[in-house]
Ligand binder design. Sequence first.
Ligand code: PGA
Length: 264
Amino acid sequence: MKTDAASGLAQKVQTKLSGHGQPMTIVVEPSVEAVAAHVHDALVEHLQRTPRTVLGLPTGGTPIPVYARLVESYRAGRCSFKHATTFNLDEYIGLGAEHPASYAAYMRENLFDHVDCSVGQYHILDGLAEDVEAECAAYENAMAASGGLELVLLGIGQNAHIGFNEPGSDFHARTRAVDLAPSTVAANARYFREGQQPPTKALSMGIGTILEARRIIVMATGSSKAKAVRRMMTEAPSRDVPASALQFATDVTIVLDPAAAAEL
Ligand code: PGA
């Protein structure tokens, strides 16, 4: 990694790595905040250019500063979700939309309650659906009916999962019920109160669903993601590394801070 002698900060590096499939664009920003600013700017530009867009949205710790910036930009009149349609990547099985640790609650709290994206425009899988297969099929149908995913924003797990597609996931998989890896349950336990059992199953868009998006932006920050980032970009695509499927996507940008880029 190049460093700027004057400031000591890592310089923004933009490069293309071919991996084993399509080239992937990599942007290394000097800080976590700069990663959030970069991803926010890309989303705002996209919303301005394509107001009737269809977005795929992630949860987790990494996108929180992006959503905070989007709320600020909405309040300042720089972006609107009025004509957008959104689909979240995943939801825990067993948690209803009102459960504070559900991803539905996360999305309302971090974004939807604060911008002009109302019920009906945003879609989140129902973790309490009795007929899981019907719920997943309806989600896929709703995505198709809206014209298909245009831009999907993704985080990446330490085990290189995308959405809740854990190692072993089929690259052609569609939205379905999945078992969470023990490391994922452990990593997400921090969002549950003492004594609350974190869910071990979830509903998730499949890798096949995600790969159909016309544009994908992956964001990763912190040293705990460095290995997953390296494996995603440099290893031969395999089910062991779900994010390596992104080497087959047509338009992928990966935005990293120096810690997450450390093994490249
Ligand atoms: P995190 O999760 O942003 O909380 O690290 C990312 C993910 O698991 O996809």
